[in-house]
Design a protein around this ligand. Structure first.
Ligand code: 3HC
Length: 283
């Protein structure tokens, strides 16, 4: 199957990697050549970790085979004949909406248009196209090569055939599909982000230092990462965007973003990707 991925950031490159690793021909598209370069280098590094654990077969051969199935470029037309295009561009409604319009015009009428959005309405994105029944949410978790879950989000008009094809593909990628309906933050981020936000309020109010909050959740609740470590990992700007989608979507003050989060984002401390968030990071 040919799978298109639009956006070569952390999520897009992770999705392209997993799709190629499981035997699909992949076209990874990004408008920025530098982003493509970064995405391809992340894929190689991650694949080296994945194949190093293979019990049988030649790891180097598996790596080369996977990379051999991967094409990349700045041209959207490379996505036109894909069975499915998974969009993983910047988390902004207008950006995604205009990409969905373009994809709708360029892709075969059969192509499923999926979005890896973390919280934007699938129904609204579908409305930008002439094929709302073939638009769906496919929400992967970071790091994509490791995390099992893919939330499959039905928009208002998503057809059963589109849902079933997407569910089947998710299984073929070695992931676990979970069906949810379209609602702000879906299930994952509606449940996760209020916890991260609350941890930030605890720090802001002087209840405990970030290290202590994280230790409580790691040692007491067996979370692999503490909430502030995880927020840095996700990106504080992304956390803020998702909280704002929840806050505006539900009009409920319980989703009000923590002012400390806003302050860190305003200062440019966005987490691991900028070398500093709640914690400083080396290179
Ligand atoms: N590529 C390939 N393999 C990777 C990898 C990557 N990018 N990152 C980690 N791994 C593998 C390692 O090779 C290792 O494999 P092994 O156990 O077979 O040796 C395994 O994953 C564990 O990695 P590490 O030993 O390096 O580090 P940790 O044990 O600390 O695990 C982690 C790292 C998997 C990221 C773990 O800390 C974790 O699960 N954290 C929580 C992640 C999470 O909650 N993600 C969801 C975020 S929310 C989201 O994505 C939604 C969005 O909309 C915001």
């Amino acid at each position: 199957m040919k799978i298109g991925v639009a956006g070569a950031g952390t999520m897009g490159s992770g999705i392209a990697q997993v799709a190629a690793y499981h035997g699909n021909d992949v076209y990874l598209q990004d408008l920025e050549p530098e982003a493509l370069k970064g995405g391809l280098s992340r894929i190689r590094k991650s694949l080296e970790r994945v194949v190093s654990k293979l019990q049988d077969g030649d790891p180097q051969q598996r790596l080369e085979q996977t990379l051999g199935r991967l094409r990349s470029g700045v041209e959207l037309d490379g996505l036109a004949d894909a069975a499915i295009v998974i969009e993983a561009v910047f988390e902004n409604f207008e950006v995604k909406q205009s990409l969905f319009r373009e994809l709708d015009q360029r892709c075969s009428p059969e192509t499923i248009l999926a979005s890896n959005t973390s919280s934007i309405s699938i129904t609204r994105l579908a409305a930008a196209t002439g094929r709302p029944e073939r638009v769906i949410g496919m929400h992967f978790m970071n790091p994509v090569p490791v995390m099992k879950l893919v939330e499959i989000i039905r928009g208002l008009a998503t057809s059963d055939a589109c849902f079933e094809a997407t569910r089947q593909l998710t299984l073929e990628l070695g992931k676990a599909p979970v069906e949810v309906n379209d609602s702000p933050g879906f299930v994952s981020n509606r449940v996760l982000l209020p916890m991260l936000n609350e941890a930030m309020f605890a720090v802001m109010e002087g209840v405990a230092e970030p290290e202590a909050v994280d230790q409580v959740m790691k040692l007491g609740m067996n979370h692999p990462m503490g909430p502030l470590q995880l927020a840095d990992f996700i990106g504080l700007d992304v956390c803020l965007d998702i909280l704002n989608v929840l806050y505006e979507g539900f009009k409920d003050p319980k989703y009000r973003p923590c002012p400390l989060l806003q302050k860190l984002v305003d200062s440019g401390r966005l987490g691991r990707k900028t070398g500093h968030g709640f914690y400083p990071y080396g290179d």
